[in-house]
Ligand binder design. Structure first.
Ligand code: GLN
Length: 310
C-alpha cells in the first residue's frame, strides 16, 4: 500500500512536467467569448493530503472561473436548505451520456437528468431561496468558507459574456418555467451565470475536493457543515456525471469522483482521504482539461487512489 506521506512538491512537479505538453492537444473554450482570452500555457496542480496539508506546484496563483464546478456547491446549498427529497423531486440521479448543455429528457419527461448538466444545475439554483442575488451570494459564501479564502469573487466580464451568449441556458430556463418547475424570474438564471464566473485557483479546487471527500469537513478541521450523507450524494453525482459524457470512461480510467469546468479546472475527491485540484485551460471535445486529466491519471496511478483498486 502506498501511503500519502510520499506526496511531495517534487512528486507533483514531476507529474506536472511530464504532462504539460498535453495542453497542446486541447483547445481553450471560446463559446463564451471572455473564456477564449485564457492563457493556454498556465498549468497548476494542487493536492490536500489526508492531514489537510496543501501541496501545490505550477501557476498556483493563476485564477480561472469555476464554471460547472460551481454546480456541486449549488447542489450542496440547495440540499441543505430544502432537503434532498425536494431537490430531486423534479430531477434525476442519472449519469451523463450527453454534453453538459444538452436538453436531455427535458422535452419528454419535463425533468432534468441530473444536477450536473446545465438544465439540472439551473433548476438547482432556482431552488435556493431568496430574492435577487441572494442565491448566488449563498453559493459564493460557501465557496469562500470551504476554501477559507475570503478574497474569492466572480469575474464580471465573464459573467456578462455568459449572460449575453447563454441562449441555450436561457432556453432551458424557460422550458422549465413553462412547465412550472421554475417559478422565479430570470435573475435566477443570472445567479447561475454568476456562480459559473466565480474565480478560483487550483489550490481552492483541491480544498473543495478534500471537503467533499471528508464528510464536508474543511481542510483545517472545521466541522461546521459536517454531513456524511451530503458528501456521499455530491461524490456520487461527481462520479456518474461530473465529467460530462466522458464520465463513464473517466470512472473506468481514474475511478475517482471528479467535477470539471470549461474554465479548465477539475476538482477531485479521493473518498475519505484527499482532494486534488488541477488547472490547464485547453479542453478536449467533451469540455474537460486535457493536461489536467492526464495529471490526475498519473497521480491516481502512482498512489493507487482508484477506489476500485482492491
Ligand atoms: N457556464 C457554462 C455554461 O453554462 C458552464 C458549462 C461548463 O463548465 N461545462 O455553458
Amino acid at each position: 500500500i502506498v501511503t500519502d506521506n510520499k506526496i511531495t512538491e517534487k512528486v507533483l512537479q514531476d507529474i506536472l512536467d511530464q504532462n504539460k505538453h498535453f495542453a497542446t492537444q486541447g483547445k481553450v473554450a471560446d463559446y463564451i467569448p471572455e473564456l477564449g482570452k485564457m492563457s493556454a500555457n498556465s498549468i497548476a496542480f494542487s493536492v490536500v493530503d489526508t492531514n489537510g496539508k496543501v501541496i501545490s506546484v505550477g501557476d498556483t496563483d493563476k485564477k480561472f472561473t469555476m464554471q460547472s464546478i460551481s454546480k456541486i456547491i449549488a447542489l450542496m446549498v440547495a440540499v441543505q436548505e430544502n432537503g434532498e427529497e425536494a431537490v430531486f423531486k423534479n430531477m434525476g440521479y442519472f449519469g451523463s451520456d450527453k454534453p453538459f448543455n444538452h436538453f436531455g429528457n427535458l422535452e419528454i419527461t419535463g425533468k432534468p437528468l441530473n444536477p450536473m448538466m446545465n438544465a439540472g444545475a439551473i433548476l438547482t439554483v432556482s431552488m435556493i431561496q431568496g430574492e435577487g442575488e441572494t442565491a448566488f451570494q449563498k453559493v459564493l459564501k460557501m465557496v469562500r468558507y470551504i476554501t477559507k479564502n475570503e478574497s474569492i469573487n466572480y469575474n464580471t466580464a465573464v459573467y456578462l459574456s455568459e449572460k449575453e451568449t447563454g441562449h441555450r441556458n436561457r432556453g432551458m430556463f424557460y422550458i422549465m418555467k413553462n412547465s412550472g418547475l421554475i417559478t422565479g424570474e430570470e435573475n435566477q438564471l443570472d445567479n447561475y451565470f454568476k456562480q459559473c464566473s466565480i474565480e478560483v485557483t487550483a489550490e481552492d479546487l483541491a480544498k473543495i475536493g478534500y471537503f467533499f471527500a471528508n464528510e464536508c469537513v474543511r481542510f483545517d478541521g472545521d466541522a461546521t457543515h459536517k454531513n456524511a450523507d451530503l458528501s456521499k450524494l455530491i461524490q456520487s453525482q461527481m462520479m456518474v456525471a461530473g465529467m460530462y459524457e466522458f464520465s463513464g470512461e473517466y470512472a473506468r480510467r481514474i475511478g475517482l469522483p471528479s467535477k470539471s469546468g470549461v474554465g479548465g479546472g477539475i476538482t477531485v475527491s479521493v473518498p475519505g482521504k484527499m482532494g486534488i485540484g488541477v488547472f490547464s485551460a485547453p479542453l478536449d471535445s467533451h469540455g474537460n482539461s486535457v493536461a489536467g486529466y492526464q495529471m490526475i491519471w498519473d497521480f491516481s496511478k502512482r498512489f493507487q487512489l482508484n477506489i476500485f483498486t482492491p
